[in-house]
Design a protein around this ligand. Structure first.
Ligand code: ZN
Length: 360
């Protein structure tokens, strides 16, 4: 396990984008502005996302993922083989945003996260966290039985094709010296909700869990010296979660993943309480979701400390780090408030400073 200071503070990745940045992402998608011109504008915008996190007091900052239309679509935007907007909603209960589907053989056309990471490193004074979607979540979201079978006969075949691409990307991030690398695998967490399994006709949940574990272990192969997290949540859009339920069904499987830390959504009541942490693996660091991004009320530091102390009934202080439940806006279309995110992150960091002093 890497030596990570207790109560270190992280973001999960995405931050709400100012409206002009949201418009820019839409204009880029519609072809009203070139990729090169939009990148130049984003080069001006992204440093403010970085500064905001540094001012809030975070130990590990991201670039807010402001360049991405979404945390998982970034894969389809960086790899040829997809047709955009073929799928409606993609398993989410509330978002009707269309999704791409794979329709031909995958071929990377640019870096997924390494260029973003290089810019982040050049423009921040803190340690960095960079997230990449996990192959399991990519496969659940962007393979479809109607559109994808001519390219990849099964979802599993498609996932296998994603693995070397994500593995190469992780190695690029390691080579750049990114201090914290994260795999986003919310679609593993969604499995805990029987309604979701019913909607998706998932009958062999153990097989699904095994696919997620295998994909994480195959992309992280050979990266034992790097600090790697997996993020799990119930997915959200417009402050509503796609699924709900506690994590008993998947918590033991986390012990089989060759990663160091799990950043888990736990502050929201939709996550079903902390009791599942009784089986949290004893050799992993907990990234405690301590901020509920679906609640407009800004947490006080005292409330955050209370959430941490509740978690300490199950996981010792030396293995607890803090993060919000999820990225604040995993999709650029997600209507969230940037100032609210700043205030929530500030409260989390104030709480962490008190805890660091108390347990030092
Ligand atoms: Zn999330």
């Amino acid at each position: 396990m890497p030596n990570i200071a207790p109560f270190s503070t992280f973001v999960v990745g995405s931050l709400p984008r100012p409206q002009w940045v949201r418009d820019l992402i839409e204009d880029r998608k519609a072809g009203r502005i070139s990729n090169a011109d939009s990148e130049n504008l984003l080069d001006d915008a992204v440093p403010s996302a970085i500064r905001m996190q540094e001012r809030a007091g975070l130990d590990y900052v991201s670039d807010g993922e402001w360049r991405r239309e979404s945390y998982v679509k970034v894969f389809a935007d960086s790899v040829d083989g997809f047709e955009s907007d073929l799928l409606a909603g993609g398993g989410s209960r509330f978002s009707t945003l269309p999704y791409p589907a794979v329709t031909s053989a995958l071929k990377p056309n640019r870096s997924i996260a390494a260029d973003e990471a290089r810019f982040l490193k050049d423009h921040s004074t803190s340690k960095n966290i960079v997230a990449v979607p996990s192959p399991y979540t990519i496969a659940r979201r962007m393979w479809d039985a109607h559109h994808s079978t001519t390219a990849y006969l099964t979802r599993g075949e498609f996932m296998d094709a994603c693995i070397p691409i994500i593995r190469d990307e992780l190695r690029s991030l390691v080579a750049l010296g990114v201090e914290a690398i994260q795999l986003d695998d919310p679609w593993l967490a969604l499995l805990v909700d029987p309604d979701y399994r019913g909607r998706e006709n998932i009958t062999d949940v153990d097989h699904e869990i095994e696919m997620s574990v295998r994909s994480v272990n195959e992309v992280t192969e050979g990266l034992d010296d790097s600090f790697i997290s997996v993020h799990l949540c119930h997915a959200h859009f417009a402050r509503r979660h796609s699924t709900r339920g506690s994590y008993e069904l998947i918590i033991e499987a986390l012990g089989h993943m060759n990663v160091d830390r799990f950043a888990i959504e736990l502050a929201t009541p939709d996550a079903g309480g902390l009791e599942a942490l009784k089986d949290f693996p004893s050799d992993k660091i907990l990234g405690l979701g301590a901020i509920d991004h679906t609640d407009k009320n800004v947490e006080t530091p005292e409330l955050v400390i209370q959430r941490v102390e509740n978690a300490m009934q199950y996981v010792p202080a030396e293995r607890i780090t803090l993060n919000p439940d999820c990225g604040f806006a995993p999709s650029s279309a997600n209507p969230m408030d940037l100032d609210e995110a700043y205030l929530k992150l500030s409260a989390m960091c104030q709480a962490a400073n008190i805890l660091k002093d108390r347990f030092a």
